[in-house]
Ligand binder design. Sequence first.
Ligand code: CDP
Length: 227
Amino acid sequence: MKKIIIAIDGFSSCGKSTLAKSLAQHLQYAYIDSGAMYRATTLYLLRNEVLPANEAGIKKALQQIDIQFKRINEVNTTFLNGENVESEIRGLEVSSHVSEVAAISTVRRSMVNIQRTAGRQKGIVMDGRDIGTVVFPKAELKIFLTATLEERIRRRVLQLEKQGKNISREEIEKNLQHRDHIDSTRADSPLRQAEDAVLIDNTNLSEPEQLAMTIALAQERMIKENE
Ligand code: CDP
């Protein structure tokens, strides 16, 4: 069976990584969380006090950043220069700055290169904002996920509570709206639905339901590839 590339894009906190992870596990494909790459880069820049306007500083930082993903106790874990930063990159500080960092073209070019290399052999599920439009415009299956803002806030509150992070509902709402706005209005690779993407509104879908829908779509595309 020939392997395909699956791109999942959408607004903040609409369940992209939950879907991407379970789909990758089901198909025995690799999974790349492209958002974690932008988050780890943001953390590095914050720690080293490199401001988004400092072009030379950003270029130098990008050469010093190594991002790896490892599975630890069944959990996809992000490492920045060998350090486990999974928890820190999900906190409010990184969340408040990541969209400004992700709007910088130098940063995007560097991340997209790494992402394309990871997809060279196909057999990959990647989630983000520009995966179907820019990173893999020829991906065999593109999904654009949406859910209502209320539902997205509810899910992020639950997720952060589970991680023991104490962030108010108001702060979460502000952060999601802030990121959605910057992500969809930036000049370089704005978030938008690719013309050939399948739109799935998962507001009222359970996780098994959305997984079953996407498995069916993936199987259909795989059969087409093998014809
Ligand atoms: O919080 P959520 O899981 O929704 O976001 P994420 O996937 O972790 O992405 C964090 C941020 O990284 C987004 O708000 C975007 O600013 C940026 N991003 C991007 O610009 N392009 C991508 N392919 C993935 C993320």
